[in-house]
Design a protein around this ligand. Structure first.
Ligand SMILES: C[S@@+](CC[C@H](N)C(=O)[O-])C[C@H]1O[C@@H](n2cnc3c(N)ncnc32)[C@H](O)[C@@H]1O
Length: 232
């Protein structure tokens, strides 16, 4: 399949239709509401006023409830077209929302600039090696927790996906992950799982993980240079 998530959203048409195509139907609206609630709950331990990196921010769909809950949000996304939708949507938060175009897979900030980070609805579009690249970039943005959303691959969810496919529905996740793959993904991205939430497990494959950064191992102590006396 040629679908490329790094390029697909760099289109005004795609960006302007994004929310309507996914979240305008009744099930879409219910899902959207439950997902926003779940994401806000995942950040409940974070004091209000903290700044959250939303990567990728897309149209600002999930930044909105975080701003409404009293956080500041910095949106990062590879698509300026998607960010333009976010700017318009979030005009009422001029002092607490800002955004910029960034390729998160390629970005490796030398120090974390944000109190926490959100990574929603993107990892499942990439194969595992690129998921690790993306999530490593997100983890490096955060001083504390990273909230991740992913699609769980279980035999039940595979069955559900097959039924949806027979019914002519488009797959929502090209690269859902098993629990073993989630472990690899988090560990190789420098994260450790703390908590996990599901929306409605019989209806949705979406999972929400609150992870914390694994402190990098301390650098080995430098061997002291030997003095001339010690050498002799
Ligand atoms: C399905 S949207 C999800 C947006 C938002 N998180 C949400 O839940 O509504 C996926 C987003 O990932 C962005 N994206 C894809 N590749 C990216 C990359 N390498 N760096 C930053 N953003 C990327 C796309 O531009 C798009 O806005």
């Amino acid at each position: 399949m040629n679908w490329n998530p790094d390029e697909h959203y760099k289109s005004r048409k795609v960006a302007s239709e994004y929310d309507r195509k996914r979240f305008a139907s009744i099930p879409g609206r219910v899902f959207n509401h439950l997902e926003k609630r779940a994401i806000t709950k995942c950040f409940a331990s974070l004091p209000k006023g903290c700044i959250i990196a939303d990567a990728p921010c897309g149209t600002g769909r999930l930044a909105e409830p975080l701003l409404a809950a009293g956080y500041r949000v910095h949106g990062l996304d590879i698509s300026d077209e998607m960010l333009e939708m976010a700017r318009q949507r979030l005009l009422r938060f001029p002092d607490r929302f800002a955004c910029e175009v960034v390729d998160v897979k390629a970005s490796r900030p030398s120090e974390p600039l944000y109190d926490a980070a959100l990574c929603a609805r993107v990892l499942m579009h990439f194969p595992l090696d690129q998921q690790i690249e993306f999530l490593t970039g997100v983890a490096k943005l955060s001083r504390s927790i990273v909230v991740i959303n992913h699609s769980l691959d279980s035999s039940y969810q595979r069955f559900r996906r097959r039924v949806k496919h027979w019914l002519g529905n488009q797959a929502s996740a090209n690269h859902p992950v098993s629990n073993a793959e989630i472990k690899v993904l988090l560990q190789q991205s420098g994260l450790r799982e703390m908590q996990r939430y599901r929306l409605v497990s019989l209806v949705s494959e979406a999972i929400y993980i609150v992870a914390e950064r694994i402190a990098p191992a301390p650098a080995p102590a430098q061997a002291k240079p030997q003095t001339a006396a010690a050498v002799s």
